[in-house]
Design a protein around this ligand. Structure first.
Ligand code: PRX
Length: 701
């Protein structure tokens, strides 16, 4: 599959000029057996969600929830684009995900947790167990850490049941959780603690990943120190134990600050905390994501709108049924895990598999062993993981008794040949595939086929989700004709309940990043004047299906994770010998894209090899292993415009072995030849290539 030429930092190349070499794939009907059991197989649903029914159509999602007080206004646009959904309504998210299921599903497993070490037994948590744990942990948060409604709590945990328990305990109290992906470094966690103003950090002593014990305790120390440097004190650290049954100190006796959660909970068994009914528009959580500046953005999601959208889309697009065994391989530390492991599936009383580790540990068949043993019916993962599993053992799925009926892909464009492997080898043509396009900001799926209704098309995400009205717009704001197959910027013309409310502490950035570009009237209260700019290039074919091409901004999508080029560049610039740094996306067979780094050193700098190592370390410490570049190159001179701007487009072309285009207007065209010669001499397997000890373990979407 060819991909668009990315143009980071380069306003001189129009985003709508993205090259598209796309062969339409034939459409495939969903398997009849699937359709016969689908939650939605009647085309009438499209009428219920037609534009004329907007915004009231979304009542259908909100009515899947239990409200403490009913709402009186479905959508309030008074402060557009800071919308308010289900105004007047109150509800509690934990009540909806746990308490309300006790009457009928108390002994039903909510989670089947599979530890990474294969010798360790799985742990089943029923809805009653979940209820007890959430209550006890909420009591601890409230009584020992002083957490109240509206407070922010940062959670830095691996894939263990204690992660959803901690989130739901916050939600029970009306506190706002901010889960930081467990693979992020202590520094990255500290920056997010400070930005959110969290006084409480919930973490664990350690966990297993790729056969190694990861020390989260040490990371928590770094996080607290980093937060302090940013002016934020952490008053309480709550340490869960990875092995609750093992004796030994979990936390040092930093009196009053560090708590051994498991020991405390033993004393609090049976504690009950009433769920606090929260206004629909009260924030439920923050989820940090990368953008075009070095500072991550805290996307703020609401309680009512978000939960309604998560539950409605889980029912329709994941097609979850009470008897299903559902396994989403994403990490809960990303939005996919929030919406489609925790909030949507639990609100539907689903049984989910939760897996601690790497899909290919200790061997490539691990994923299939788990799925066969537990009878997984519904699998949800990213193209990166599918590529990885396919490469590691293309016939692996054939050796197991797999019973999938539904397979999701999310997070990146999927190549048609990878799609076909998923469909034919993993799903044996008995499972339907949904390719869901959405973002941290959007809270839930915005483009996808409805699995029981629409034909599938390899490599295309599908039509707009119900109640979502996208358009493709050129850089001047002119809509590309619908269905023309021409590329442009993907926008959503209307608000929807799952959309984020703002960027925490920075409403101006919310407006500037997503709405100002195509706004038609700055003071308008009419949602039609505020198209949402998604930051992705896309095409729409004549059948209405969208194909998402990739980011049109300074964001690199690595294995389905978003990294900002500026974040990586600022980590590079923290190494004293580095004068200039430029980060560009390069195609990667497994991860879709990876960053490559170009460095120019200060005069009289130390040995370039030492600087490369220092830069690699700085990136890993300040962001995490997921940001590890594919190569770091020290160059004599950066290609620049006459006004002194680094031409990242040219560097990106060099990294991707593409034509650099017209460089005659550069101030120093000879710099391009010099870098080209370096790449040619060293080749792509040059010594500058950065080893990846994490291997495939950083696939988490
Ligand atoms: O570029 C798009 C890509 O992932 C970005 C969103 O990343 P994030 O906020 O981390 O959320 C990922 C999971 C929802 C998008 O801007 N993306 C997501 N899904 C797809 C996709 N690209 C192509 N096809 C998809 N299905």
């Amino acid at each position: 599959m060819s991909s668009p030429r990315e143009t980071p930092n380069d306003p001189e190349v129009s985003e709508a000029q993205i090259a598209v070499h796309w062969k339409e794939e034939p459409r495939i009907d969903p398997p009849a057996e699937f359709v016969a059991q689908a939650n939605v197989a009647d085309v009438a649903v499209r009428g219920r969600f037609a534009i004329g029914r907007f915004p009231e159509c979304f009542r259908e999602y909100a009515e899947l929830l239990d409200w403490a007080t009913p709402w009186h206004t479905t959508l309030d646009t008074e402060r557009a684009p800071f919308y308010r959904w289900f105004v007047g309504g109150t509800l509690n998210a934990a009540y909806n995900c746990v308490d309300r299921h006790l009457a009928r599903h108390a002994s039903k497993p909510a989670f089947i947790w599979v530890p990474e070490p294969e010798g360790e037994p799985s742990r089943v948590l029923t809805y009653r167990d979940l209820y007890e744990h959430v209550n006890a942990f909420a009591a601890l948060l409230r009584d020992r850490a002083g957490v109240n409604a509206g407070d922010r709590v940062t959670i830095h945990l691996p894939m263990v049941p204690e992660l959803p328990i901690s989130m739901l305990a916050c939600a029970r109290l009306g506190a706002i959780h901010s889960v930081v992906f467990g693979g992020f470094s202590g520094d990255a966690c500290g920056v997010r603690i400070a930005d959110s103003g969290s006084r409480v950090l919930v973490t664990m002593d350690g966990s297993y990943r790729n056969g190694k014990w990861l020390d989260h305790r040490g990371t928590a120390d770094v996080a607290v120190a980093a937060a302090r440097r940013e002016g934020q004190e952490v008053d309480h650290r709550l340490f869960w134990r990875r092995h609750p049954e093992r004796p030994g100190a979990v936390a040092p006796p930093a009196a009053g600050r560090d708590l051994d959660v498991n020991a405390e909970l033993r004393r609090r068994r049976g504690s009950l905390v009433p769920p606090v009914p929260m206004p629909a528009e009260a924030p439920l959580f923050l989820m940090y994501t990368s953008g075009t500046t070095g500072r991550p953005k805290g996307c703020q999601h609401s309680t009512g709108g978000y939960l309604a959208y998560a539950v409605g889309t889980s029912r329709i697009y994941q097609d979850l049924h009470p008897e299903d065994i559902y396994w989403c391989l994403a990490d809960i530390g990303w939005i996919t895990g929030h919406s489609y492991i925790v909030y949507g599936p639990l609100a539907l009383a689903t049984t989910s598999v939760l897996y601690e580790g790497v899909p290919t540990f200790p061997d490539p068949a691990r994923t299939w062993r788990i799925a066969a043993k537990l009878g997984v019916t519904t699998l949800h993962t990213s193209p990166t993981t599918i590529r990885l599993l396919r490469k590691a053992d293309p016939d692996g799925p054939r050796r197991f008794d797999l019973r999938f009926k539904h397979l999701t892909t999310v997070g990146e464009p999927i190549e048609p040949e990878v799609w076909r492997w998923y469909y034919e080898t993993v799903g044996r043509k008995r499972a339907v595939i949904v390719d869901t396009w959405w973002q941290t900001e959007t809270g839930g799926v915005l483009c996808s086929t409805i699995p029981g209704l629409d034909p599938m098309k390899p490599g295309s995400t599908g039509p707009a989700a119900l109640g979502i009205f996208p358009s493709i717009v050129d850089d001047e704001g002119v809509e590309v004709p619908a269905g023309s197959g021409r590329a442009g910027n993907l926008c959503i013309r209307n608000p929807w309940p799952g959309m984020f409310q703002t960027i925490w502490g920075d409403p101006e950035r919310f407006l500037a990043t997503y709405f100002r570009k195509y706004n038609r009237a700055p003071h308008s209260r009419d949602w039609r004047d505020w198209p949402y700019f998604a930051g992705d290039g896309a095409t729409q074919s004549a059948d209405g299906y969208f194909r998402v091409l990739g980011r049109v901004d300074d964001v690199i999508n690595v294995a389905g994770h978003r990294l900002g080029t500026k974040e990586i560049e600022s980590a590079c610039l923290s190494v004293p010998d580095v004068a200039e740094a430029a980060v560009v996306p390069v195609h990667d067979e497994l991860k879709g894209r990876r960053p490559e780094v170009y460095l120019a050193l200060k005069p009289g700098s130390a040995d370039p090899g030492a600087v490369v190592l220092a830069v690699a370390r700085a990136i890993e410490n300040q962001i995490g292993k997921i940001a590890r570049p594919r190569a770091i190159r020290v160059v004599p001179d950066m290609p620049k415009t006459r006004s002194g701007k680094i031409m990242r487009r040219v560097l990106s072309a060099l990294s991707n072995a593409q034509d650099v285009g017209d460089i005659t207007t550069l101030a120093n065209p000879e710099a391009v030849a010099a870098i080209q010669a370096m790449i040619d001499v060293r080749g792509r397997a040059s010594p500058a290539r950065v080893p990846d000890p994490a291997g495939p373990s950083d696939t988490n979407q």
